[in-house]
Design a protein around this ligand. Structure first.
Ligand code: HPA
Length: 273
């Protein structure tokens, strides 16, 4: 068997007896959303360290576990803490959690993150529905022998972010009176923030927000035929757009401040899926 697929299978085998239900939605929590599970009806938790050979995150604020619970009536597996490429893991490990949650039975991958706003009409604290992405600055997670069990060699990428889910998220935002911007998310590897020249380049290329996650997970999930949606919390305006230098602490603080509204938006969205 393909070694990458074998690893996903081994991870699954090591925890399958502890999974309380077949999740419908796999929710990846970005910065600021770490305690989202407090608002869920939690049925089980599995620490990443308990999953055989699972890549364990090293970033402060990204302590890791899978949390299984209900949002309304919807069974959700939630990732508290994700794996970032800049931590030094191979890209196949970065997308391993998405593949594992698909193996658990999740049909929908709901990606969240904090980002830097590139679109000049965005402000810190805005939410952006991800309508498409730019992946060319991060390694493609499908490079290497194709995992035929998961999907085809050359997957179509015309509609990565599911149109119906986008519509449901727009409606959830409107129902809750939450302003929802929309745009294109670009993933760079990090861990350094971008230079002002890079931000200018990314704007020219059509990106509205920049971050260090999400796109590679979306590519792997799209390969597997999952329905994908994503919301980015614009934590700051990107480099060069204000006089302020960027720090992880400030990004985290801004994401924390936006978190209560973000949680509401996620809950209302999931309930409508
Ligand atoms: N750049 C990249 N990633 C980010 C940023 C940023 O400005 N803000 C939050 N995550």
């Amino acid at each position: 068997m393909n070694q990458v697929y074998q690893k996903v299978t081994d991870c699954y085998e090591s925890i399958k007896d502890r999974i309380p239900f077949t999740p419908k939605v796999a929710l990846v929590l970005g910065s600021g959303l770490g305690n989202y599970a407090d608002s869920m009806d939690v049925k089980a938790e599995i620490d990443y360290s308990e999953v055989k050979d699972f890549p364990v995150s090293t970033v402060p604020g990204h302590a890791g576990k899978f949390i299984f619970g209900y949002v309304g009536e919807v069974p959700v597996v939630c990732m508290k803490g994700r794996v970032h490429y800049y931590e030094g893991y191979p890209i196949s490990d970065v997308v391993l959690p998405a593949r594992l949650m698909h193996m658990m039975g999740a049909e929908i991958l709901f990606l969240t993150n904090a980002s830097g706003g590139i679109n000049p009409s965005f402000g810190a604290g805005d939410f952006m529905l991800i309508t498409d992405h730019i992946s060319c600055f991060a390694p493609n997670p499908l490079i290497g022998q194709n995992i035929d069990e998961l999907g085809v060699r050359f997957p179509d990428m015309s509609h990565v972010y599911d149109i119906e889910l986008q519509q449901k998220i727009r409606k959830a935002a409107a129902d809750e009176n939450i302003l929802l911007k929309e745009g294109i998310y670009v993933q760079l590897t990090g861990p350094s923030f971008e230079s002002p020249a890079e931000i200018k380049m990314l704007r020219t290329l059509g990106a509205d927000a920049v971050g260090m996650s999400t796109v590679v997970e979306a590519i792997a999930a799209n390969h597997m035929g999952m329905k994908i949606c994503g919301i980015s919390c614009v934590a700051n305006l990107a480099a060069g757009m204000t006089k302020n230098p960027l720090t992880h602490e400030e990004v985290q603080a801004a994401a924390d401040e936006a978190a209560p509204l973000f949680k509401k938006l996620i809950t209302q969205s999931i309930i409508s899926f």
